[in-house]
Design a protein around this ligand. Structure first.
Ligand code: FES
Length: 135
């Protein structure tokens, strides 16, 4: 599940621990990883898939750099580091393919234009205060 947007293992979370927090379960997830999962035929027995999908969606959302501009090595590193749920059916290769499909479909963000701001003019020198000046 997602708890305030963060992937959280529901099996070790007590109900009192979610009071006041936003809870999203697999039934409420609406994310491009779901279509990619179907396209790549990721699930085998399906036992682990709810957790895999929730973690994958959160990982993609938390890392906007996982987009069409990312290299294969960058995608592999992010997926290897972020996807720590176990799958007894060893669907890891398909999970990786599905996540890369989503990442490559995401546009590369366009950086904001660089605006040159001129340096401020130096302040004019102040006349020295001396005898006869008013204080
Ligand atoms: S699909 Fe069977 S345990 Fe992951």
């Amino acid at each position: 599940m997602h708890l305030d947007g963060q992937p959280t293992r529901s099996c070790i979370t007590v109900v009192a621990g979610v009071e006041g927090k936003a809870v999203t379960t697999i039934e409420g997830l609406s994310h491009p990883v779901q279509a990619a999962w179907r396209t790549e035929q990721v699930p085998q027995c399906g036992y682990c898939q709810s957790g895999q999908l929730m973690v994958a969606a959160a990982l993609i959302d938390a890392h906007p750099e996982l987009n069409a501009g990312a290299t294969e090595q960058e995608l592999d590193a992010a997926i290897d580091a972020g996807m720590t749920n176990l799958c007894r059916c060893a669907t890891y290769f398909r999970i990786s393919k599905a996540m890369k499909r989503v990442a490559r479909a995401q546009p590369v963000p366009i950086p904001p234009p660089v605006v040159e701001v001129p340096a401020p003019e130096p302040a004019p020198p102040t006349p020295p205060k001396g005898p006869g000046s008013r204080r």
